[in-house]
Structure formats: C-alpha cells, structure tokens
Design a protein around this ligand. Structure first.
Ligand code: NAP
Length: 340
C-alpha cells in the first residue's frame, strides 16, 4: 500500500529506526529523522543505499528543545523511537529516566503544536511485565509494570515512566492528536550496520564463545522487520487512539536460542554453549561480576507477553523465530562483529 504524508522518526541512528525509515520510504512516506549528531547523516544515507530525496535529517536531542520545531514542521505523523538503551546499567537511574520521560513529552509537545495527527511511541514490554514477582507470568496490554517494586532495572523504569507520562500528557493536553504505543519484546533480526542495539548482544555473546553455559533466563523475541511492520500498521489503522500493542513472538529460554543457532548455523555456531549453567553457579559468579548480578533476579522467570491484540486488531503476524535468530546471527558475522 502506498502512503502519503511526512513522518518524523526520532532517533534516526538507531537499530529499529533504521529499518523503520527504510520501510516508510519504500511505502511512499516522506521522512524527517532526528539525530543527536548530524555528522552521521552521510553514513546513514550510505546504509540506506538510495538517494531518497524525501528523507531529511535534523539535529535534536531528547534533553533539549533545540531543533525540534524544525524537525517536526510539516509532519503529519510521528514515530517516537529514540530512548536510551545502553548495554550496561547506568551509574544513576536518572541517566535513562530523564531523557526517556522528558524526551517523549518534548516530542509530544512539539508534535501537537505542529498539527501532527497521530503519534506512535515505541514503548516496550518493559512497561508491562516487571515488578510482579518471580515465577511464570503471562501479560497483556492491560498490565503495567509496578514501579513501586524494589530493584527494578533503570531501563525498565525509564520505559514505564515514559509511557505513563506520555499517556498522562495526552489525556490532559493531547487535543485531537491520536496516540498509540507499540510495546516490543527483545528485538532481534538483521542489522543495518555494525552499530547495533544492545538487544543484539545476547546473540553476539552466544556466538562468540564467551559464555560457559546458558543460565536459566529467557525473553520474548520479536523480529525487527515485524516491529517495523507493526509501527506502519499503527500509523494508519482506524479507531485505535489510546491503544497499546504488544509486539512479541514466542518466549524463549537462552538454551532455546542456543539450540536454534546450533541447528541452523552448523560450524558457524560451534562456540555456542549447549549446556545449562546451574543457578548456584550464576549466584557465585554474581558475587564478583556486576554484569552477572543483573540477571540473578531473572533466573527461572517467564514473562510471556501476548501479542494477540496486534494479531486480531491490526492483522499483524510474526515470522518464525528461527528466521529472526538466524538472520541476526548471519548479519553479525557478515558485519564482522563476531568471528565464528
Ligand atoms: P538503539 O539502536 O540503541 O537506538 C536508540 C536510539 O535512541 C538511538 O538513535 C539513540 O541515538 C537515541 N537516543 C538515545 N538517547 C538519546 C538522547 N538523549 N537524545 C536523542 N536521541 C537519543 O536501540 P533500538 O533497539 O533501536 O531501540 C529503539 C527504541 O525501541 C527505544 O525506545 C527502545 O527502548 C525500544 N525498544 C527496543 C527493544 C530492543 O530489544 N531493541 C525492545 C523494546 C523496546 P544515538 O545513536 O545518538 O545514541
């Protein structure tokens, strides 16, 4: 389906945004994209591989008003994708919370002033599935992360507080602008470039042979191409103002991901560990490693988020998870980010 209109995509340098920009342009949208550093424009255009006269870049940071008016001027729609997603826990939770929350409020404010008709926020299952105790849980869009729970990771807080703040702002000041959130699980799939999201690290680590075994942790997996497809559906579907859409395929344990890599990639996956790492060993390693400490609370947990609403309401579907994992691994190898 060809589309018309101009979409502001925030965080144009990011993994999901890169795929989104390409698909929007291919479907006939014009795109304005924000970057923190306009010096990256030439590289990003090279990655897109086309001239794309209907793509323009603007400099804007989530933490400052500078540049936002020009970026959103003339836009009919916004996909607010930018938010900090670091590979390691920050020194202070506010390093993530402040840009995430202030950033979405800033984008909303400038969008409404510019007459944008629909604003799509890239939220996360992090805003749905945490703070409800350990064990096995199944979640839907009706659930919210409990921010009063102790020990929540800063990223989880940042995504929850940002989506809450956006919804509160919309209720008070949103006017006629429609608002939808997309709440993806862990996003994997092919890379646009060597610069990749922290979510890809899990596949890189498995392939690299740096993991002695697979701890009993897991996550929902969704393909970046399917996440982008859901954003596109959310930009145009009728009657979905205010809704949330989980974007997730199956919940996999790390050992399942390892098994898929071994089965599908043969020798290229020879370093992928195929044994479980017992919980006591993870607890012991956590005493000396801050990175391992981050996963101790996740041992044995299942946070399965149901994407049935996106299937039923938007006709969305998720491709086989094996394709997602294999395409991710192959593209890590092709980009030279891991030597099998
Ligand atoms: P990514 O590649 O790290 O992209 C994050 C983007 O946010 C980058 O473009 C980054 O810009 C931008 N950003 C960070 N801080 C900023 C600031 N202060 N001002 C302006 N831009 C800033 O990660 P991604 O996976 O594509 O994630 C995109 C969105 O999807 C995020 O909202 C994330 O929370 C959400 N999400 C991701 C996953 C996942 O598994 N990947 C799952 C659920 C939700 P720079 O390049 O300049 O740093």
């Amino acid at each position: 389906m060809r589309s018309s209109g101009t979409v502001l995509v925030t965080g144009g340098s990011g993994y999901i945004a890169g795929h989104l920009i390409r698909m929007l342009l291919d479907q006939g949208w014009a795109v304005n994209a924000t970057l923190r550093d306009l010096g990256r424009e030439a590289d990003l255009r090279r990655q897109l591989g086309g001239t794309y006269a209907s793509l323009r870049f603007f400099e804007a940071d989530l933490t400052s008003d500078k540049g936002w008016r020009a970026a959103v001027d003339g836009c009919s729609h916004v996909c607010h994708v930018a938010s900090p997603l670091p590979a390691h826990a920050p020194h202070a939770a506010d390093d993530l919370i402040v840009p995430a929350r202030e950033g979405v409020l800033r984008a909303l404010r400038f969008a409404r002033a510019a007459g944008v008709t629909r604003f799509v926020q890239t939220s996360s299952v992090a805003a749905i599935a945490y703070g409800h105790g350990s064990g096995i849980h199944r979640f839907t869009e009706a659930d919210w992360t409990n921010t009063d729970a102790r020990g929540l990771p800063a990223y989880v807080l940042s995504k929850t507080l940002a989506e809450r703040a956006a919804r509160d702002w919309m209720a008070a000041e949103g006017g006629d602008m429609a608002f939808v959130s997309i709440n993806p699980a862990v996003v994997l799939g092919p890379l646009n470039s060597a610069a990749h999201s922290a979510s890809i690290e899990v596949v890189r680590l498995l392939l690299s042979g740096h993991m002695p075994g697979c701890p009993d942790i897991g996550f929902g997996v969704v393909d970046v191409r399917d996440v982008v497809d859901l954003h596109l559906r959310a930009l145009t579907a009728e009657g979905i103002d205010g809704e949330r859409f989980v974007a997730s395929g199956p919940f996999l344990k790390l050992i399942d991901v390892a098994r898929i890599l071994r089965q599908e990639l043969g020798a290229q996956a020879r370093r992928v560990p195929m044994r479980h790492l017992p919980d006591w060993m993870v607890h012991a390693a956590a005493m000396i490693s801050p990175t391992v400490r981050q996963i101790v609370g996740e041992l044995g947990n299942v946070r399965d988020c149901d994407a049935g609403h996106a299937f039923a309401r938007l006709g969305w579907s998720a491709r086989p998870v094996e394709d997602t994992i294999v395409d991710c691994a192959r593209s890590l190898i092709a980009q030279g980010l891991v030597r099998p």
